[in-house]
Design a protein around this ligand. Structure first.
Ligand code: HEC
Ligand code: HEC
Length: 468
């Protein structure tokens, strides 16, 4: 008799659990049908830093994400700042990370992730909106997320315990949802991510301040980048003052002249989905970037020397390609003439153009303006002091080095710090990620303009470049 009662009890419990599982799954599905409104901020600078561009759909579940630094303290003693994410005081999230509920709350990138930097000036950190995120090692961050998700230390209980310890305990409902639904989904999601990132291990590490958007796209389109060695790693560019760039070609290789497509492709590359990217949010940020001024040089400029430098700049013909109003501004200089590393331009082949013209199929914005080029764009030099390391692949550590003959430029240097060299003009890293110019895609040759000048003229030219 007693035994029967026990079995009945277990069966009842089992039914309850099955029912609960079904309810949870349904609730999760219901919530994933329509994402909740995106994070919005009245102040446009805050919106740039913390707002949503719609990139959270495939993002990491936030309530797990925020406990990872605690659970993997041995790897991340400084939290996400260890990957170069910038944390402002009083803010829960780092700059460039937004949270939105899609099923569960998820984290996503926004435009500030890759386009905001911090520079140390006289021992004080200075935040520069629109600057290339030199300290951010996106690849290391993604690799960490994958490894952490597959680490046996990451269990529902470890997450609940960490949350409790951090004074933000899970509700009973969330505990059930995470234990029985979200964690199972995570396994699937990460499995998909691993397959789509296999190409990364076959190429040199990107290091901080760089990414390989080309190969992310290729993986997305099923072009099996893991089966070849094409490299598209580039430096994050600056994005201020977009207004003076509007008449030219965008992206390092000048592959698109449409402002709209550039903005949408930026959001999609940042992780937004074609069906859900926040049009108005992206447009708002893009409008603001149009007139965002470049940052002033943080040190003294010798105006007399700079005036002499300007004459040398003219004499050397720099303005022919780089000046606002110059006919060649925003046009592509062919690689035969330029002779910088060709990998990025080579990767963006006519085949890529074909695939890009399918992006947005069925939506009003379907792409039609991409092209393949054989070189890189003549960009304005506004705020150039804050855009190093230099060239599209970030292979030259500072402006002084760029004015040297390629064989005399640094063959190996550290990247990823906030310290700054006011004399040579560029980041000044004593440790960090060791950049090696002999690796595929990292060549530091070419752009020999000004390299023949006598050293006093180079000094003057450098002084002039500081103030642009
Ligand atoms: C994951 C990092 C990342 C995110 C997020 C990101 N970008 Fe970018 N952005 C890049 C990289 C890398 C390039 C250079 C691509 C190339 O030319 O190969 C770029 C290029 C650009 C350019 C062209 C600059 C030029 O001079 O040609 C603009 C403008 C831009 N991004 C704006 C945005 C906006 C607006 C957003 C948000 C909607 C955004 N980006 C989100 C990495 C990012
Ligand atoms: C024929 C056109 C042309 C001339 C002339 C020219 N440049 Fe450039 N410049 C380019 C191109 C194209 C790039 C991008 C190359 C790359 O990224 O591979 C570039 C890149 C640069 C960069 C790095 C930009 C960045 O964001 O990393 C600086 C700085 C620069 N040029 C300064 C100069 C100076 C100073 C002179 C004159 C001594 C000069 N350039 C002459 C076409 C030119």
């Amino acid at each position: 008799m007693k035994r029967e009662k026990g079995t009945m009890g277990w069966l009842a419990l089992l039914y309850v659990l099955i029912l609960l599982g079904a309810v949870l799954t349904l609730e999760f599905k219901r919530l994933t049908i329509k994402p909740w409104p995106p994070a919005h901020f009245d102040d446009v600078t805050d919106h740039f830093k913390y707002g949503s561009i719609g990139a959270e759909v495939d993002g990491y579940p936030y309530l797990i994400w925020r406990e990872l630094p605690e659970i993997f303290k041995d790897q991340l003693p400084g939290g996400y700042a260890d990957f170069g994410f910038l944390q402002e005081e009083g803010q829960e999230l780092p700059i460039g990370v937004s949270v939105r509920r899609y099923g569960v709350q998820r984290v996503g990138f926004n435009c500030a992730t890759c386009h905001t930097d911090q520079v140390m000036v006289a021992g004080e950190p200075r935040l520069i909106m629109g600057a290339p995120a030199n300290g951010l090692d996106l690849q290391a961050y993604i690799r960490f997320l994958v490894a952490a998700s597959r680490d046996p230390r990451l269990t529902p209980d470890a997450v609940f315990e960490s949350a409790e310890k951090n004074g933000r305990p899970f509700s009973w409902f969330n505990k059930l949802a995470f234990r029985y639904v979200v964690f199972n989904r995570l396994e699937e999601e990460v499995g998909g991510l691993v397959a789509s990132l296999a190409w990364m291990d076959k190429r040199p590490d990107h290091g901080p301040g760089r990414t390989d958007a080309g190969n992310f796209w290729r993986a997305r389109w099923g072009l099996a980048p893991e089966q070849d060695g094409l490299v598209g790693a580039v430096d994050f560019p600056s994005v201020w003052n977009q207004g003076i760039r509007e008449d030219g070609w965008f992206h390092w290789d000048g592959n698109n002249a449409s402002l709209t497509e550039r903005n949408i492709s930026a959001a999609l590359a940042g992780g937004a989905s074609e069906w859900l990217f926040e049009h108005s949010s992206v447009e708002r940020v893009a409008d603001w970037l149009r007139d965002l001024p470049p940052p002033p040089f943080p040190g003294e400029i010798d105006q007399g020397l700079a005036a002499r430098g300007e004459q040398i700049y003219r004499k050397a013909g720099c303005g022919v390609c780089h000046d606002t109003g110059a006919v060649k501004l925003g046009q592509v200089t062919h690689q035969d003439l330029l002779a910088t590393d060709t990998a990025r331009a080579d990767l963006f082949s006519p085949k890529m153009v074909e695939y890009f013209s399918n992006v947005g199929r069925g939506y009003s914005y379907q792409f039609s303006n991409y092209r393949a080029t054989e070189g890189y764009v003549n960009a304005p030099l506004d705020g150039i002091w804050a855009r190093g390391p230099y060239l599209h692949n970030g292979s030259v550590p500072n402006l002084a080095d760029l004015l040297k003959k390629p064989s005399n430029r640094s063959a190996r240097f550290y990247r990823g710090c906030a310290e700054f060299d006011l004399d040579r003009v560029g980041p000044d890293c004593q440790t960090g990620f060791l950049f090696d110019v002999t690796l595929p895609g990292n060549n530091n040759g070419g752009h020999v303009y000004g390299t023949d000048l006598p050293s006093d003229e180079k000094r003057a030219l450098l002084e002039y470049l500081k103030g642009l």
